[in-house]
Every structure is written in C-alpha cells, then in structure tokens.
Design a protein around this ligand. Structure first.
Ligand SMILES: CC(C)(COP(=O)(O)OP(=O)(O)OC[C@H]1O[C@@H](n2cnc3c(N)ncnc32)[C@H](O)[C@@H]1OP(=O)(O)O)[C@@H](O)C(=O)NCCC(=O)NCCS
Length: 440
C-alpha cells in the first residue's frame, strides 16, 4: 500500500484519509473549514493520465462554491445574519438603504458615509429616456419580470465603462446606479401592464416611499404613502436583501465569473429568480389558500398533504429546518399592513394551516415550518400588487445582495470561470450515415 498526501502540512484530526480500493493507495486530504477541496479528490487516479475522481452533485446540495463573508445562515437553529448582524435587529432598527450599504461595504456606515450613500442612490434613480422607450416597446401584457430583466441587461449598453470590473470607482458607480434604478424599472413594469403613464422618481422621497409613489401616483401633485406601509415595505426589502448561495446568487456569480459587466450578471440573477421554484412560491401560497376557501376546510386539506396529494406551499425549506426567521418578522408586518388596508380574508386560513401543521407529527418529524413565502403574498396582495409583481418586489432588494456577492467574487483570487464537470452518458464514435442513406 502506498500513501499519497494531497496537500502537505495536514494537522492530525483535520484531514480525511481516503483509500482507493481500485489501487490500494491511501490519500490524506486536508479538511479546511469543514470542507475538502474537490481538486484534491481529482488527484485520486488509477493511471497517471486518467481523469481523477470527481464529485457528482446535481443542484450543488453539498458543494461550497466560494468563501463568503456576506450572509450567515444556520438552518437548524433558524438564524440569518447579514455581515454578522441578526436579521431581527436589522428589520427592527435599520432601513433598507443602510442594510444595502452594510451588504456592499461589509460594515455599517458612519453618519457621513450614510448621507453620501443616500445622496448617491437618490441622485441615480432616473434612467436614460431610451430605457423608457425600451420598456414601452413591450406588449401590453408583458410579465414584469421579463421587462425588468431586459431593462437591467439593457443598462449595460448605456454604461460601457461597466466592463471595467477591476476599476473600483467604475464598480462603485454601477452598484449605486443599479440599486437606485431598480425601483424605477420595477414600478414602470407594473404601470405598463395597467396602461398607466410611467411616473418619474421623486428625489425628495426615501427609497421605499419613492417606489410606492412611482407605483401608485395618479394626478395628485405629491404622493404621500402611509408611514406604516412604507415601514412594512422597508422591512420586506431588508428580509429579501440576501440569502447567501441560493439559485440566483449562484447565477450572478456563475455569469459574473466570465468577467462580464455587473448589469449582465445581475440580469442573470433576475432570470433565475423568475423561475417558480425560486421566486414564485408566495404566489402558489395564495392560490392554495384560495382553493382551500375557508378555515373549516383546513383539516381536510392537511390530510391530503399528508397522503402526498400535494404540498403545503410556503412550508419547508432546503436550508431552514426550523422556523424561517424571516417568516416570524413578516407575520408581525402583516398586522401593520392590515391595519391600513383591512385584513386579507385569506389570513384566517393561513393562521389555521400554520397552527394545525405545527402540531402535526407529519410536519414536525420532517421539520417543516413556515418559510418567508407563507405570509409575504398576503401582504403583497393587500398592497394591491398582482401576483406577477411579487417576484419584482423580491428582485429589487435582492439586487443589493447580488451585488455584494458579485463584488466578493470579483475580488476573490480563488475564483475561476465557473465550469462544472459532467459525467458523459451518451454514445461515442458513431459513424455518420448521410441523409440520403438514412432516409432511403
Ligand atoms: C422548499 C422545498 C422545495 C425544500 O425541499 P427539499 O429540501 O428538497 O425537501 P424534500 O423535498 O426532500 O422534502 C423532505 C420531506 O418533506 C416533505 N415535504 C417537504 N416540503 C413539504 C411541503 N411543503 N408540504 C408537504 N410535505 C413536504 C417531502 O414530501 C419529503 O417527505 P418524505 O421524506 O416523506 O418523502 C420544499 O419544502 C417545498 O416544496 N416546499 C413548498 C414550496 C415552497 O414553499 N417553496 C419556497 C421555499 S422558500
């Protein structure tokens, strides 16, 4: 038996000894931060020129793609922190712009830094008039996410300097522009479907307030949103600002790894979020609640779920095996919103579903708890948003998280262009038969 060290200097107890039963060779593979390097496994070979052992991990369920200091999640304990700060404290005591600053810069801003940041973001909320033409060219019934993704992708053509991704000043400018313009594009996508004129930003208003004005302003000279709604929207924005390496963050990083400009990378994130498995669950929750129809039908519905007929939408999470901390905060925000808009009648059904599910052995044993989407759709509906807009409301704040992830990627010397391996399962070296012979 021979012994190979995949990497020198491995301390006892922080390595993995792997024995290749094909050859009898043992390998010592270092474990750092609870992970081994896939490239170390690649050194395990039968013959020198054979490909080494690879890791097969569809959906990256157990593969760390990066080292990151942006967002921490402990799914078993139900913990979510941005840059080390618990989400509960940020939702209660901060506002979205401050949280966006924290995500991007890694630290909370000083007074000066905050004021500069707020000024920069406010100053950049307008878009070039041609972007308006681009948005207006869509069909009357265009999905707002399709419009948003094209709008953001299109911005790269207005700012060619965005390609200089290693120029820190140019980078900062694109980050400010994108966070600033997202509500403008999102609101215009919303107005488009209604055939209403697009409303320009009002730079006297705060971030969420300005967004509400661009969504709902009609002929009044100044749109004044209810403070409780502004606060609720700020909270929802904070909760959705980042969630570490989810499908869309991974899309941003993967596309960004080709060193494309950040507008193109973020539009890939928007495309990923567009998919029903990522951004669409709150809409599915509303459909489910409507189908159940009344509180007394809940037990029958739960029985159907337990028999495997369907899933309880808004329950369960790949990472959280405990109450999703964002769901707790959203549930509280429901009260504030409903105090202004009136209670969404579906709330009663949702509360009953949660009550029964949390006591039921099926859900308890599988650690299925409400996730962020269980209550968010109810709020969005109460705020008069059609379901197609729900994902736009997610994309706007998530832009801060995507950009924080992108910045980290660009500066990470470990990163390379994303290029996974495959296990080839198709035919090999077939002889091509010309069409005349195949079709004869
Ligand atoms: C989020 C979700 C995709 C996570 O899936 P996952 O981590 O791959 O978990 P699995 O699909 O392996 O589920 C594990 C078990 O719990 C069950 N389960 C998971 N979510 C369930 C749900 N919402 N309702 C009923 N049963 C559920 C599965 O049937 C499975 O049971 P089994 O072990 O008897 O086969 C899943 O919980 C789900 O579909 N939830 C509803 C959709 C939703 O709310 N998505 C938004 C996420 S933010």
């Amino acid at each position: 038996m021979s012994q190979d060290t995949a990497s020198a200097g491995t301390a006892a107890g922080s390595s993995l000894t792997v024995r290749d039963n094909r050859t009898g060779t043992e390998y010592e593979i270092p474990i750092t931060d609870g992970a081994i390097r896939a490239s170390d496994l690649g050194k395990i070979k039968t013959e020198g020129d054979e490909p080494g052992v690879a890791v097969y991990d569809p959906g990256f369920t157990n593969t760390a793609s990066c080292r990151s200091a942006v967002t921490y999640i402990d799914g078993d304990k139900g913990i979510l922190e941005y840059r080390g700060y618990p989400i509960e404290q940020l939702a209660e005591k901060s506002n979205f712009l401050e949280v966006a600053y924290l995500l991007i810069h890694g630290e909370l801003p000083t007074k000066n830094e905050y004021e500069t940041w707020q000024h920069e973001i406010t100053f950049h909320t307008f878009v070039h008039e041609n972007v308006k033409d681009l948005m207006q060219a869509f069909r009357y019934d265009a999905h707002p996410m399709g419009m948003l993704l094209s709008g953001v992708g299109g911005l790269s053509t207005f700012y060619p300097e965005a390609r200089n991704i290693f120029d820190t000043e140019a980078r900062h400018l694109q980050i400010v522009r994108m966070i600033a313009k997202m509500p403008t594009l999102g609101a215009w996508a919303f107005r488009h479907a209604q055939g209403k004129p697009y409303i320009y930003p009002d730079n006297e208003l705060g971030y969420a307030e300005n967004f509400l004005a661009m969504l709902f302003k009609m002929s009044e000279p100044k749109f004044v949103a209810d403070e409780r709604l502004v606060k609720a929207l700020e909270v929802l924005f904070i909760l959705h600002a980042d969630h570490e390496q989810n499908c869309s963050a991974n899309a941003v990083r993967s596309v960004g790894s080709s060193q494309v400009d950040p507008y193109s990378a973020v539009s890939a994130g928007i495309a990923a979020l567009y998919g029903p498995l990522h951004g669409g669950a709150n809409e599915a929750v509303l459909r489910m609640l409507r189908r159940i129809g009344s509180k007394d039908k809940v037990p029958e519905f739960i029985e159907g779920v337990k028999e495997g007929k369907e899933r309880l939408m808004g329950f369960g999470h790949r990472v959280y095996k405990n109450y999703d901390p964002r769901a707790t905060i959203i549930k509280k925000a429901c009260d504030d919103v409903f105090a202004v808009t009136g209670v969404n009648p579906l709330l009663e059904i949702a509360v009953e579903l949660e009550k029964i599910a949390l006591e039921d052995e099926y859900f308890v044993s599988r650690k299925l708890y409400p996730n962020v989407d269980f209550y968010s759709g109810l709020i969005y509906e109460a705020l008069q948003f059609p379901p197609e807009m729900f994902t736009v409301l997610f994309a706007i704040p998530r832009t801060a998280g995507w950009l924080a992830q992108w910045l980290e990627l660009v500066d990470d010397k470990d990163q390379k262009i994303a290029r996974p391996k495959q296990i080839y399962t198709g035919d090999r070296t077939l002889d091509f038969t010309p069409r005349e012979q195949r079709w004869a």
